[in-house]
Design a protein around this ligand. Sequence first.
Ligand SMILES: Cc1ncc(COP(=O)(O)O)c(C=O)c1O
Length: 389
Amino acid sequence: MNVPADALAPLPPRPEGRALRAEISLSRITRNFARLQKAVGQRGIWAVVKANAYGHGAIPVGKALEATGIPGLAVSNLEEALELRDAGIACPILVLGGLRAEALPLASQHHLTVALVGPESLEAYAQLLPDHPVRLHLKLDTGMGRFGFLPSELGGCQDAIKALSPWLDGLMGHFATSDDPDRGFADRQRRIFQTCHQQLGDAGLSFKEIHHANSDGVLRHYLDGDTQARPGLALYGLTSIPEGHALGLEPAMQLVAEVARVKTVPAGTAVGYGRTFVAPHPLQIATLGCGYADGYRRDLGNRAVVGFKGATYPVVGRVSMDYLTVALPIGVPVEPGDPMTLFSSNPAAPHSIERLAQLLGTIPYELTCALHRRLGRVYPEAPFHSRNI
Ligand SMILES: Cc1ncc(COP(=O)(O)O)c(C=O)c1O
């Protein structure tokens, strides 16, 4: 089947019709960046903006970070890199997930930096790079077990890697357990990395950039011997380790939906698919235009709360594709158009992204990355208002 290209394009934004929005503070992101920069000292930062900047909007976030003079941005794949280039972002962009050799001409044309994630494409790279040069960062698998050259593979590939030395700028690893208070495995990964680095050095290879640390690696200062760091989550003010809170990271997103309908229901009224909530006494039910298609998880129904005028109220019944329902006591003034906060930017609130992630047994990344592109993102200049919690 031939799908016309415009069928794949995102819907055009129509903010006037929108009652649901992720409000994103770019100044919080740049302040978080400054905190992380302080934490890494003289090292450079590749700011990770993959997955639409963890749901915060890759283009506005990328532009705001570029304006701070950041050394570079990191993404997962070619499309994400080209989205930033098409938007006029000119700073170095590192493609963390590597690229197939066929993509090198495009990557070269757009001055991308590419992680070299395994031995498979070494030969094809050697053939293409003279005509289609890109900067390369060689990735080692020191214990993460997904991308990267295994230490046992290095010996056999050494000559093929050496053939790429005119383009090799960086050597990188990735910690598997930097969120674990026990740093034993991270130290082991570091030692394996150092041995490989030495082996490559003995073979005549040298690297300008060395990097391992994601956010937790930065927050725990697992930076020995590194010239760069690659934080993602912490830029957005989210963290699940105490060191993140100690650094004063500020969550940069709140998810706000305006009430679409309010109705007063008698005791015994069931709400939503499956009738999983039945009003125990008369209540007001506010319907909001936000559902699992927007990225608000279905399993938050009958579990989460939303913020409204300084208090919180329960999400009742099942979350459906486009709607969710909130119960408020009779007498609480609420009307269509009133904003409610679904994700709070206050880390201590019961509906902060971190607390909701804990409730669901997942990590904050999953909640923000899941926010669909159909959902409007707005970037208010003013600090987050205090009308909600
Ligand atoms: C290779 C690589 N580096 C850095 C990061 C950033 O990690 P974090 O968001 O935990 O800081 C990621 C994220 O998944 C990654 O895959």
